[in-house]
Design a protein around this ligand. Sequence first.
Ligand code: ZN
Ligand code: ZN
Length: 143
Amino acid sequence: MAIVFLSLLLLEIVILIRSVIGSTLKSDKPIISTTQYLRHIEEKNPTISYSKQLMRQQDSIECAVCLSEISEGESVRKLICKHTFHKDCLDEWLQKCLATCPLCRAKVLPDEILAKYDRMQSQIEYDGSDEEMIFMLSALYGD
Ligand SMILES: [Zn+2]
Ligand SMILES: [Zn+2]
């Protein structure tokens, strides 16, 4: 009788230890905060002061997020895909949507960083699809 009781107790302890270890492992998940995420964006797509000459562009360009013309001296980010946006507009977009270019959907960050950020984002309940988000944005900014 005593042996059965002891083994049950032992089992309970094992379960308890497992759940404790489990929860600490969960909190150790390699996730990054929005601040870190933005830092990575800055690293990969540094903010520059817009200048037509510097960009070797003849015509003025438009920021596809706010649909207004980018003027000389404004803070912009030029992505790998060569699309240019206002820094603030792009950062907002990248936090709301996926870390992709608003125009061509080119990834702005390496997959391993995105995976970490995605994991954190998925902890915050969000069930809207990309398409819905794009629709919402176009409804907001378009006419
Ligand atoms: Zn803009
Ligand atoms: Zn692009």
